[in-house]
Design a binder for this molecule. Structure first.
Ligand SMILES: [Cu+2]
Length: 260
C-alpha cells in the first residue's frame, strides 16, 4: 500500500514536470514574456493605385408616383417659401430613380480607412431637409442647420445609435452631432412639420453614394475584391447585387425597383 502511494506521487510529479515544461511553448523553455505576444493582425493595407470602381444606375419599373399635396398652410413661412407638391420620396424621370442610397454592404470587413475629412451638412431649407438622403462615416461630424425663419425640430430615431431631439427656433442656428455605430438608415423627422423627413446612412467605410434624379451613382477607389452592393429606398426597400472590382476597371451595376 505504502509503495503504491509512493509510485502515485512519483508519477504525479513526472506528469506535473511534463506539463510545466510543455507550458513553456514550442521554444523548449525559451519562453517569451506574455507582453510580447503578437497583437491582432493589422488591417490589410490598401494601395489606391490598385483601386477599381463601381458605377451604375437605379431604375424604377412603372410610373413615378405623383407627389402628394403637403399641408404647408400650418406654417405660413413654409407655405410662402416652398412648393407644396414636391415629393422627396419619389424623385426621378424617364424610369430613373433618385434618392436611393447605394453602398458596399459586404466585402470590406477587416479593413480600415482614413477618417473622413470635413463635415456633412443637413440643412432645413424651404421646410424640407436638404439633402433628403445622405451618407456619412462613423464619427464624422453632421452639421444640422436651419436656413428657414421658422422653428424646426430635428428628431433622429436611430436604433444602433443614441436618439436625439432638438429644436432650432431661429434662422441660422447650427448644431453638430455624430454617430458611434454604422447604421442603415437613421431616420430624421421634424415634429413641427409632419412632411419633413430625411435618412442618413452611417458607415464605417467611405464607399457609398446617393443617386441623383437621373438614378446614377459612382463609388470610386475601391480595393479590388468581391463585394455585395446594396441599394436602399425609403419605401421600396432594398436590393443587393454581387460585384467583382478589378484594378483600373469600373464594374457596372444596375438596380430596378418596381413602382408601388
Ligand atoms: Cu420643420
Amino acid at each position: 500500500m505504502q509503495q503504491r502511494n509512493v509510485w502515485s506521487v512519483l508519477s504525479l510529479l513526472v506528469m506535473a514536470t511534463a506539463v510545466a515544461c510543455g507550458g513553456g511553448g514550442d521554444s523548449g523553455g525559451d519562453a517569451a514574456p506574455a507582453a510580447s505576444a503578437p497583437a491582432a493582425p493589422a488591417p490589410a493595407a490598401f494601395d489606391p493605385a490598385s483601386a477599381g470602381n463601381v458605377s451604375g444606375v437605379v431604375m424604377l419599373d412603372g410610373e413615378l408616383p405623383a407627389a402628394e399635396e403637403l399641408m404647408m398652410s400650418s406654417d405660413p413661412v413654409c407655405a410662402m417659401s416652398a412648393s407644396d407638391t414636391m415629393s422627396s420620396t419619389f424623385v426621378g424621370s424617364n424610369g430613373h430613380l433618385g434618392n436611393v442610397f447605394v453602398y458596399v454592404k459586404e466585402g470590406l470587413e477587416g479593413r480600415s480607412f482614413p477618417d473622413a475629412s470635413g463635415n456633412v451638412v443637413l440643412d432645413q431649407q424651404g421646410c424640407r431637409y436638404t439633402p433628403h438622403v445622405l451618407g456619412m462615416r462613423v464619427g464624422q461630424t453632421l452639421e444640422i442647420t436651419n436656413s428657414d425663419p421658422t422653428l424646426h425640430n430635428i428628431h433622429a430615431s436611430p436604433t444602433a445609435n443614441d436618439e436625439f431631439n432638438m429644436g432650432q427656433p431661429i434662422q441660422g442656428m447650427k448644431f453638430e452631432r455624430s454617430f458611434d455605430a454604422a447604421e442603415i438608415m437613421v431616420p430624421f423627422k421634424c415634429d413641427v412639420h409632419g412632411w419633413m423627413s430625411a435618412y442618413v446612412g452611417v458607415l464605417d467605410h467611405p464607399y457609398f453614394a446617393t443617386t441623383a434624379a437621373d438614378g446614377m451613382f459612382d463609388i470610386s477607389t475601391l480595393p479590388p475584391g468581391d463585394y455585395v452592393i446594396e441599394a436602399w429606398h425609403e419605401q421600396l426597400g432594398t436590393q443587393t447585387q454581387n460585384v467583382t472590382v478589378a484594378t483600373g476597371q469600373t464594374a457596372e451595376v444596375s438596380f430596378t425597383f418596381t413602382a408601388p
